[in-house]
Design a binder for this molecule. Structure first.
Ligand SMILES: *Cc1c(COP(=O)(O)O)cnc(C)c1O
Length: 412
């Protein structure tokens, strides 16, 4: 079966006559045969994927399992484990790493919440931040995980997964692939051990369900994550699992259309005199990965307007149709300023070090007619235009005077 067929097909034969997977909302299950229930509890506690009785919904839920099975098929993995949110999934991965040594090598930039979790000491982790070229020298005997995001949030920097896996040697590499979705990128095919998604984003696709999922290259790694999930309780709600499963069925169509819109907007913005810089996969470092590791550039880009953060905020206020909001991957276009919102928690210094300028605007492109999107963006840019005309290209402290090179590409 080809990818689009797999998105809509049932992942495995079912005895049920229902055409669509049933939604099971039970928190507890009847346990008339005490022995069987006891054996099931033992199996769940060991991290097994199947047992005769679910017993309790923190241990197992069939609707959630259905979503996991679909993700495993689409990512080409051995198994998947779903969580309440993307951060719950990432936390479970970090907790597993902690029990195996506790040192993590992370390649910046990453989502602000992930950066904070790694840097804050909340999980008692020891973290070395390393550029893609420094991964091998950052590895220590107690390194349990290499963590990387590609495309990176919010600079859209690309990382060569296979090169990082090679540098990591026997240490497993986890890739946050949220921006790409399995439609455009399947990290396990490029030697990653884990592919992670905030399913809240493109996978759900309609802005009405939170979720996270990790697909693993081995059964054992999934069992470890299930043991952590049972113990810590970060489970995916079955209603969310139902909505995320539905989202998967239209994912290829939504991605293709949103990407088409994004490509068109990026092209027009790059020609706009008020635009300092557009960041989009394929425009900057590691551009060759688009068409290989990543089938297409995706539906998220970032843009810097001339005039700094205050001009960026003014442009957000001037939008009439596009929604200023965090999150991404919805059917409609969302725009936000990461330094003010999604990457605020990591602090100014870390933002400067990882190449996230204050004036950067991140745009997640939706399924609207592209002409309506362009009309709204261009009127917002025009109505907040600089009073004094720009004399040539202004020198920028991060960029020099170049255009079309993403910030942070290939840097630590
Ligand atoms: C949103 C996001 C997360 C966090 O996911 P939640 O579902 O909000 O917990 C992690 N990584 C990336 C790249 C994200 O965009």
């Amino acid at each position: 079966m080809r990818f689009k067929t797999r998105c809509v097909a049932h992942p495995k034969p079912s005895e049920s006559l229902a055409h669509v997977e049933p939604l099971d909302l039970s928190t507890t299950y009847r346990t008339p045969v005490a022995d069987e229930a006891a054996r099931s509890i033992d199996a769940w506690a060991e991290g097994e994927a199947e047992a005769p009785n679910p017993v309790y919904a923190r241990l197992f839920n069939p609707t959630v399992r259905g979503f996991e099975e679909r993700m495993t098929v689409l990512e080409g993995g051995a198994d998947s484990v779903a969580f309440a949110t993307g951060m719950a999934a990432i936390s479970a991965l970090f907790l597993a790493a902690r029990s195996r040594g506790g040192h993590i090598v992370a390649v910046p930039p990453v989502y602000g919440g992930t950066h904070h979790l790694l840097d804050s000491g909340l999980l008692g982790l020891e973290v070395t931040w390393a550029g893609p070229e420094q991964v091998d020298s950052a590895i220590r005997p107690d390194t349990a995980l290499v963590f990387v995001e590609t495309p990176a949030n919010p600079t859209l920097a690309l990382r060569d997964i296979r090169a990082i896996a090679r540098a990591a040697g026997s240490v497993p590499v986890a890739v946050d692939s949220t921006f790409a979705t399995p439609v455009l990128q399947r990290p396990l095919e490029w030697d990653a051990a884990f592919s992670i998604h905030s399913a809240t984003k493109f996978i759900g696709g309609h802005g009405d369900a939170l979720g996270g999922v990790v697909t693993t290259a081995s059964q054992d790694a999934a069992a470890e994550l299930r043991r952590i999930r049972i113990a810590t309780g970060g489970i995916l709600h079955p209603l969310a699992a139902h909505l995320l499963t539905r989202g998967l069925k239209t994912l290829p169509v939504r991605m293709a259309e949103a990407q088409r819109n994004a490509q068109e907007l990026v092209e027009r913005l790059r020609e706009h005199p008020d635009v300092l810089h557009v960041l989009y996969p394929g425009l900057g470092g590691e551009a060759h990965l688009v068409g290989g590791q990543m089938a297409g550039p995706g539906a998220v880009f970032s843009v810097r307007l001339r005039g700094g953060a205050s001009r960026a905020d003014a442009a957000l206020r001037a939008l009439r149709q596009i929604t200023p909001a965090v999150s991404l991957g919805s059917v409609d276009t969302l725009i936000q300023r990461p330094a003010a919102l999604t990457h605020r928690i990591m602090g100014e210094t870390a933002r400067a070090e990882t190449g996230i300028p204050d004036d950067l605007l991140r745009v997640s492109v939706g399924l609207e007619d592209v002409e309506d999107l362009w009309a709204d963006l261009s009127q917002a840019i025009l109505s907040t235009g600089l009073r004094e005309p720009v004399q040539g290209r202004r020198r920028d402290p991060l960029l020099g005077d170049r255009k079309g090179q993403p910030i942070g590409a290939g840097q630590g």
